[in-house]
Ligand binder design. Structure first.
Ligand code: HEM
Length: 114
């Protein structure tokens, strides 16, 4: 995949996933969580594509490894949220999931080739 394609996927999916997430937070559209997850997985795959392409351009291994692990953390946080009753600690997880999610988009933007 070309890095341009991956970046477009990141931007489109990033906007949709973020928009849906904020709706859930506000208490709406919870029936669309599966859609949020599916678009989120595509977002992470696009991040990993950018990380793989960056690796070939000899961007440092650490940068690539951080991007790879970052992509694992977001879905884990989201799915852990699903398994918890709302209440203690749940608010913190929400904030973490949002911040780490925004980090996926930020990393993708910084991995793109100039
Ligand atoms: C593979 C990627 C992702 C998966 C599997 C995922 C999964 C989930 C799940 C299951 C929930 C519902 C949790 C609940 O309320 O019980 C959720 C909520 C949310 N997600 Fe994601 N998500 C992903 C990516 C993202 C990204 C990239 C962002 C932000 C840019 C984001 C922002 C949010 C927000 C703001 C909420 C609402 C918080 C809440 O009500 O709990 N998510 N996500």
């Amino acid at each position: 995949m070309h890095s341009r394609t991956a970046l477009i996927l990141v931007r489109l999916n990033g906007a949709a996933v973020l928009g849906l997430g904020l709706l859930f937070w506000a208490g709406y559209a919870r029936a669309l969580i599966t859609l949020h997850m599916a678009l989120g997985v595509i977002l992470v795959l696009a991040l990993w594509t950018l990380a793989g392409l960056a690796w070939r351009r000899d961007v440092s291994g650490a940068t690539v490894a951080i991007a790879f692990s970052w992509g694992l953390v977001v879905p884990i946080l989201g799915v852990v949220q699903l398994s918890l009753p709302s209440g203690n600690g749940y608010g913190l997880l929400r904030v973490l999931h949002l911040i780490v999610g925004l980090g996926v988009i930020a990393q993708a933007e910084s991995l793109k080739s100039g």
